[in-house]
Design a binder for this molecule. Sequence first.
Ligand SMILES: [Zn+2]
Length: 124
Amino acid sequence: MHEISLIENLLESVLPEVETQRSLGQNVQGLAVTIGAMELHSAEAFRQAFTIGARDTLLAGARLELTIVQPEVNCPSCGFHGAFPDDRIDPHNPDPIMACPACGKPAAVEGGRGIQQLELLLAE
Ligand SMILES: [Zn+2]
């Protein structure tokens, strides 16, 4: 499952910071993740993978705030630039080209990839 390895990497990068915050007396309540839509099949699958992946870590039971960034299409033919409906893109295609929603000609799909932001949610 793609989400599991994604979560493993995410936890690996964030857990040392959780430990640091704990040692400073902070109560880490959760994690805010901003992620490209191309990285996950669904928010639900991502949440499930997080719950499973974090089970035996300092983030067990932590709240997960998920912000999903949609990819955008840039059309060289008509200049259309805007959000693209993600369910029409194959996430396994590293360089997707789709029909432009405005003019129907081939257009490059950009963005919506990678973990763009990770932030610990601390108790007040
Ligand atoms: Zn176009």
